[in-house]
Design a binder for this molecule. Sequence first.
Ligand code: ZN
Length: 97
Amino acid sequence: MSDHDHQAGSHSGDVGEHRCDDAIAQLQAFLDGELDEATIARIEAHLKQCSPCLEAYDFEAELRKVIAAKLRNDVPGDLRTRLTAVLDRLEAESGTS
Ligand SMILES: [Zn+2]
């Protein structure tokens, strides 16, 4: 009864620490959806093997959700569009003096 082929999860060794740097460096871009599929796949593969990085991603993702919800509550989309328009006009006016 030897299940040597079974992946028990404790396969350490070639999950280098550089990968963690890489994963963390791409965190923001990953959550912003700015990465290509190959990079996303690589990072997801890393997160499956690396719980510290997964936690960092989870934390950041949660944080973003909270901030997004807060922003949505504080500033209605309509008002935000108007604010942007006002800011644009101010900028244009100050530019043409
Ligand atoms: Zn990692």
